[in-house]
Design a protein. Structure first.
Length: 600
């Protein structure tokens, strides 16, 4: 591959020559490329016995490839370290997505020699760049002379402190430090804001239809005040449950949320959604036994039919089964509890985090109750709509334990039948007005998506987001395929991959994953789908550590790196060293991923 790229560069250089460009024209016309020595002014400086600063002053509209800066060292001289200045990500017509330098490039390298090698000598630097006007230069060689190069042992002893990555702190460790050194009010504020941020993630979204469905189920008896009360009970139950579960996880290392992702529990919870949906459709009315209702009414002036107890139970179940996946602030709190044994401070942080996640739910629940239709067919239509959402929630839950084909079939069935009930095939268009037209339009969208899922399923598609992917040609399929990982489920398989990477001098990315982890799938479609991230990952050995089973082998895998839950990304550098400070918990943005992986 390198020889092909080099040949392409030489062809482009030949085109430059044939275009009539010459030295006299290069300096006189800004619309024509400069000579390579003018475009990239190279200089070198020996900073001390072993370190060298290589610099390039780059003209405007020119760029230098980072990975094309290479060194040819004499026999007996080796490279100890290398540090580059900041780069820009560029979509290059020859090399694809690459890291390049604009304006100025600086590379600091540290060398060392064996005792048999000469202390004075020189080495060569190869570099290559391009002009934005469409011309790439062939690789250029520069020579650097050195004197008094120290031997390897001295070089290691005199290595500069700033080259070590000790100053890098992972995000979860930052939250750990916040817990360790902050006042209670600062801690509450920081974790409350972190909870607000987490409320915008897909792990919290499923709680919205659950709460809205509960409120809609109360029908015309619900007002804004009642909706506020129901929402607060739901959020408080969720927060208390999540706090207690988190404290237990921190003290004993047991992930209660993972334990409740067993197929039997997922199936029961999905059936509960189906029962709630049937109530929304008016097939029956769900309520507690009359004896329990009588007792609750006698002991509470405000509670009716045990509704608050039911809401609290749903909040409890949502926190453990549907609730948030692992995130940096949560990991920081659990690390703090585990290392200090202080459940009070850690629990306070978790409770603040949960309340922050619940504030949007309270606002949505109160608004839903305020604008809920009071009576009549409007109310029945709204309840039926929430019934459909609850059915989709049931399928979403089952997706963790059934094949994707089953999920696609069930979703297609629900959407197509819903579109029929929304009047998609009714021909009396002149009699349809206002909101009914909007509903019919929504029905058409549901019908199209449901039909796409059906067609995709029949053509071999296995994606809810790209249902028709199975219809594309082989070349197109290759262009949109996801990055391939090697999957391991035990320590022996993991160690084998780490040894292989170390022998190659290759960096490693470990992606801790579970089928029941919603955010893990978000990683594939958000972070790993980014072009620059794909380019960076192509340079690594990619290993997916599957802890879905939550068995003894899974626990050994998580205990190896003190992983509290998926998704968690762990890095090894090319020397085979575990870089704990680069660990990413949750779903990082492409920019965060590139920032951490740059340290490798």
């Amino acid at each position: 591959m390198r020889s092909i790229k080099f040949t392409l560069s030489l062809i482009l250089a030949l085109m430059l020559t044939l275009s009539g460009a010459n030295a006299s024209l290069f300096g006189g016309n800004s619309d024509e490329p400069l000579e390579v020595e003018q475009a990239f002014k190279f200089s070198a400086q020996q900073l001390d016995d072993n370190r060298f600063l290589l610099a390039w002053d780059i003209e405007p509209r020119y760029y230098l490839y980072q990975d094309r800066i290479e060194f040819a060292l004499p026999q007996g001289v080796s490279q100890v370290s290398r540090s580059d200045s900041a780069t820009d990500t560029k979509e290059d017509p020859i090399f694809g997505v690459v890291e390049v330098f604009h304006d100025r490039a600086e590379v600091t390298i540290e060398l060392a020699r064996q005792s048999t090698a000469l202390a004075d000598g020189q080495f060569e630097v190869s570099y290559q760049g391009c002009w934005e006007g469409g011309i790439c230069y062939p690789p250029v060689m520069g020579t650097v002379t050195y004197a008094g190069l120290a031997e390897a042992s001295s070089a290691v002893q005199n290595a500069p402190v700033e080259s070590a990555p000790a100053n890098i702190v992972s995000e979860q460790d930052q939250f750990f430090q916040t817990l360790s050194g902050s006042s209670s009010w600062t801690l509450i504020g920081v974790f409350f804001l972190a909870g607000l941020a987490l409320s915008l993630t897909p792990c919290v979204f499923p709680m919205i239809p659950i709460l809205s469905g509960i409120i809609a189920g109360h029908g015309h008896n619900t007002n804004a005040r009642h909706g506020l009360a129901l929402s607060i009970v739901y959020v408080l139950a969720m927060a208390v449950t999540y706090t207690l579960a988190g404290v237990l996880a921190g003290l004993f290392g047991a992930n209660l949320q993972a334990a409740l992702q067993a197929p039997a529990i997922i199936t029961i919870f999905s059936l509960l959604f189906v029962l709630l949906a049937g109530s929304m459709f008016g097939f029956y009315e769900l309520q507690m036994p009359s004896s329990v209702q009588t007792w609750l009414s006698r002991n509470s002036d405000k509670q009716k039919g045990g509704s608050y107890v039911g809401v609290a139970v749903m909040g409890f179940l949502s926190a453990l089964i549907v609730g948030p996946c692992m995130a940096a602030p949560l990991a920081g709190a659990l690390i703090y509890i585990g290392q200090t044994g202080d459940p009070v401070m850690g629990g306070l942080a978790l409770f603040s985090l949960s309340i922050g996640m619940g504030i949007p739910l309270i606002l949505i629940g109160t608004s839903a109750a305020k604008y809920m239709p009071r009576a009549g067919l409007w109310m029945e239509s709204v309840k039926a709509g929430f019934g459909v959402v609850l059915l989709l929630m049931a399928v979403w839950m089952l997706d963790r334990i059934v094949p994707i084909e089953v999920t696609m079939a069930l979703m297609a069935l629900i959407l197509i039948i819903t579109s029929v009930f929304m009047g998609v095939f009714e021909s009396h268009a002149s009699e349809v007005h206002g909101i009914k037209k909007i509903a019919k339009g929504v029905g058409v969208i549901l019908l199209v998506y449901g039909a796409s899922l059906t067609l995709g399923l029949l053509s071999g598609g296995k994606s809810l987001i790209y249902p028709l992917k199975g219809l594309v040609t082989a070349s197109e399929a290759t262009s949109i395929s996801k990055t391939e990982f090697i999957t391991v489920t035990n320590l022996e398989a993991l160690d084998a991959q780490l040894s292989l990477a170390k022998s190659r001098g290759q960096a490693v990315l470990l992606d801790y994953y579970a089928d029941w982890c919603v955010s893990c799938k978000e990683l594939d479609y958000v972070t790993f789908a980014d072009a620059a991230v794909k380019n960076r990952m192509s340079q690594m050995l990619l290993v997916k550590v599957d802890v879905t089973a939550n068995n003894e082998a899974s626990k050994q895998l998580t205990q190896r790196y003190e992983v509290l839950g998926p998704p968690t990304l762990i890095f090894y550098d090319g020397l085979g060293e575990y870089r704990k400070e680069l660990t990413l918990v949750g779903v990082p943005s492409p920019e965060q991923f590139l920032q951490m992986s740059n340290q490798l």
